[in-house]
Design a protein around this ligand. Structure first.
Ligand SMILES: Cc1cc2nc3c(=O)[nH]c(=O)nc-3n(C[C@H](O)[C@H](O)[C@H](O)COP(=O)(O)OP(=O)(O)OC[C@H]3O[C@@H](n4cnc5c(N)ncnc54)[C@H](O)[C@@H]3O)c2cc1C
Length: 404
């Protein structure tokens, strides 16, 4: 059992922290205002090898084989410390988590087309599952993909999707999309397809979010969009299972973003309570303040360690035969996704209370942090109760699943 980062991982963490503190942290306000992540930041992160972490070496991959998720956890943690609004960490984690699925299940043509660009920070990869009829009930999605002469003809609508302007206007990119290809086969009738943003027949919809303004959220309306079969991931009609596998990878990184943001929020409040004097002494002297920080620190430390374990398990599942099943991994990951946004939200909120009125101004980063993490509290990458359902299914058994 090894609880330390390796020497190489430590070096990587230090390098990412230095880059993010120098190049991201001072620009978050500007990025939030402009609603767009500057290309030079994405290229800077790519130069550190971050967009290549989950990609094979021949396409520009950068992490040691079998340690990809552990490196990704470190990278997203550090980016979220610098951009507490969560825009840049979410942009990067989507590319890493879902880009991984292209690496693993994409056709050679798809991999040749996009992976080197993903590694260079020039191509966004998002996930496109949620529909207006409800995000939690994935098996009920209605968007169809009818096979005809080498293409899937896509009709339907996706909503609350991250990275819409990014793939339609700002740069190249696409979304891995779950569509119904066999109407009579329940969850065995879905296929996962990569849909580039520039295909004819796609109409974007932009939503105005309360936070995370550097990354757009919206949707797509598909009208007879022709998606060549080279864009299918894995086997036709097996998309539901790949979606669940992808969720495991992305939810680890969502948790990394929450933990990185919370770590920084806690440091901000720790520094503040040592300096701020009231009633003739630093407010750190009051147990109402110091005990809350101590409790938050304890919760975050436990979460950090468990998340490191989840990332390690995700690495092992792909490199060690019979290590554990994907269902078992989903239990571990759902524990992280259930806890991380709630703990991070609580820590950001406590930090705001400790900083008092200043925290309610835009000079302070904590307001943006709280709004950013709320995206994961309310449900992005899977609702809170859905994580409980997964944990209950694995711990109690199938009897605890309401839809069976
Ligand atoms: C900022 C943001 C970005 C997003 N980005 C993406 C993206 O890039 N791609 C994408 O596909 N989706 C994205 N989503 C959508 C996200 O995946 C959904 O919000 C999520 O799946 C929940 O779906 P819903 O919002 O429709 O809520 P619903 O499914 O309508 O759920 C409503 C509530 O009921 C609870 N609930 C549902 N079922 C049960 C049950 N059986 N038992 C108990 N409680 C239950 C849920 O936890 C939730 O609290 C994003 C969401 C946000 C907020």
């Amino acid at each position: 059992m090894e609880f330390r980062l390796s020497a190489e991982q430590k070096l990587f963490k230090q390098m990412v922290r230095e880059y993010c503190e120098a190049n991201i942290e001072p620009r978050v306000k500007e990025i939030t205002g402009e609603g767009r992540i500057p290309d030079e930041i994405l290229h800077g992160l790519a130069d550190l090898g971050i967009f290549g972490i989950m990609i094979p070496e021949e396409y520009g991959g950068s992490a040691p084989v079998g340690e990809e998720m552990s490196y990704a956890n470190i990278a997203i943690h550090e980016i979220a410390r610098a951009d507490m609004s969560m825009s840049i960490p979410v942009y990067v984690l989507l590319c890493l988590g879902w880009g991984f699925l292209i690496s693993k299940y994409g056709t050679d043509e798809l991999k040749d087309e996009v992976l080197a660009k993903v590694a260079a920070g020039d191509y966004f990869v998002g996930i496109n599952t949620t529909e207006p009829g409800g995000g939690s009930d994935v098996a009920n999605i209605k968007t169809t993909g009818e096979y005809k002469d080498g293409n899937f003809i896509i009709n339907g609508e996706k909503t609350y999707i991250s990275g819409v302007t990014e793939v339609m206007e700002h740069r190249e990119g696409g979304h891995i999309t779950l569509v119904r290809t066999d109407p009579d086969a329940g969850h065995k009738g879905f296929t996962f397809l990569h849909i580039p943003g520039d295909l004819p027949g796609i109409t974007p919809v932009i939503l105005e979010d309360i936070g995370r303004h550097g990354l757009s959220t919206g949707g797509f309306v598909y009208k007879d969009v022709k998606v060549p079969e080279k864009y299918v991931l894995g086997e036709v009609d097996r998309g539901f299972y790949l979606n669940m596998e992808g969720f495991s990878m992305a939810r680890i990184l969502v948790s990394s973003a929450c933990v990185g943001m919370a770590e920084k929020a806690l440091e901000i409040s720790r520094d503040y309570v040592k300096e701020r004097e009231l009633f003739g002494r630093p407010i750190a002297k009051f147990e109402g303040i110091s005990f809350e920080i101590a409790e938050d620190h304890a919760k975050l430390e436990q979460l950090k360690l468990y998340l490191q374990y989840a990332a390690w398990a995700a690495d092992k599942i792909y490199t060690e035969e019979d290590f554990m099943s994907h269902r078992e991994l989903s239990r571990i990951v759902s524990i992280c996704k259930m806890e991380a946004p709630m703990i991070a939200e609580e820590i950001a909120r406590h930090a705001m209370m400790q900083l008092g009125a200043f925290s309610y101004t835009k000079e302070c980063k904590l307001g943006e942090a709280l709004k950013g993490v709320m995206s994961y509290v309310v449900g992005a990458e899977g609702g809170h109760n859905i994580q409980k359902l997964i944990i209950a299914r694995e711990f109690i058994g199938d009897v605890a699943v309401p839809y069976r």
